[in-house]
Design a protein around this ligand. Sequence first.
Ligand code: NAD
Length: 495
Amino acid sequence: MKDLQASAAELYDGSFRPMLVGGTWRGAQSGREMQAINPADGTCLATVPRGDAADVDAAVQAARAAFEGPWARFTPYERQALLLRIAERFEVEWDTLCLSDTLDMGMPIQRTLANQRRVLGMLRFYAGQAVSIHGQTIPNSFPGDIYSSTVREPVGVVGAIIPWNAPIAGSVWKIVPALATGCTMVLKPSEEASLTVLMIARIMQEAGLPDGVLNIVTGTGAEAGAALAEHPGVDKIVFTGSTATGQAIARAATGTLKRVSLELGGKSPVIVCRDADIDKAVPVAAMAVFANSGQICIAGSRLFVAREIHGEFVRRVADYAAALKIGPGIAADTDIGPIISARQAERIEGYLSAGPAEGAEVVTGGGRATGAGLEGGHYFQPTIFGGVTDDMRVAREEIFGPVISAMPFDTLDEVVARANATPYGLAAGVFSTHLGTAHKLAHRLKAGSVWVNMYHAIDPAVPFGGMKMSGYGREGGSEHVEEYLDTKAIWINAD
Ligand code: NAD
């Protein structure tokens, strides 16, 4: 990539970026706009429409017209070809997409660039899924020539609502099953990070996406998000975000009994057994939280370490954390970028005070990071709390910041019970070189994904999602495609 600062200035100059409704790029019907702020320095990158219920309604109508129009006659092979063309365009535009993402939501550029395999994999995996959808011929109990079979049909107009912490992968993973199955979509990005999602829609349009198949309505959760969740013209809502918002969306969807899939928050445990390979486990356990400044749903923020190695292990994670480079995401050597907003920074500060107030000790970090190059943004030191007990807020609540709560354990039964004693069930990590221990823990932990001697692995072909209050439904693999399909039984009396 050429000089990043120069490219950044060319990409966003503060001007207006419209949203996409029915194939047309336009502003909100109300004429209102909102600012897209660069979290690294607080500057305004661009303005975007502040869409509301009227814009959502127009987008849903456009999506319905496309669903019932030419898009319905696309063969699976044409949908596959479209997805493959989009993948090619993504490959060409990848550096620009990553730069946009880093500017818009702060993720270090080295991390956004590294997501290419996964995102291109999504487009290509779902291109394969598009031509693999089929029903069954089912023998039945009726005498005579009565035949029964099933066909799989796209569920219809899908409303997608996503958070700000991974706009590229987060939006693509919602869009690709819609394109593979023949659904249409109205997608509302987070008000904190809309720009890259608009760029993604433009790339897809240039690759031949028909008008109305994908509509992007930018706006706030209370206005555009709530209107989408309750709109009677939407057949299904797919949501990623906090558990509290997921509950509000599930309630809003009840009125029209639309189907809902929810990918929600977490408070994931990482368990380091006494037989773990410590050299390998230290960096992985650290980055299980500190990657993306802890703003990841799967952050392994409860670090349970076998008592025999607890002191040494936590000290080594602290040394690793202290060496991480904090800075704007656009700097090539930044490990920890800014926090998305002042609101989120205040939330993290609240937990940094709550920990010591409830008796936790600061092993490393503990506050904001300041200094040259950090002006204007909200930066935090990677923090480890020791002396944490299970009842403390820092051990129970999702912080969504670079904060680890470290706790010793004595037996496997004990650590399983403590790890599972949370309303969440999104992910878990296990470090052990003992095959039996690794298997036992992987099977007994109540979480949608369990990683052994690794963390963070998410793949287009492998189901990902939550148990308990981390949500329901799965993204990834054929289970994801099922979420966008309905089954119809067809009976034929051939007598
Ligand atoms: P959030 O719930 O505040 O917002 C998510 C989206 O919902 C945004 O687009 C927002 O505008 C919209 N929204 C807010 N209120 C709404 C309402 N009443 N009706 C409809 N839409 C509404 O979450 P966030 O702060 O953007 O993201 C952080 C949260 O997302 C964390 O809890 C994190 O764990 C979770 N998350 C989960 C996953 C996962 O896959 N499980 C992935 C990423 C983030």
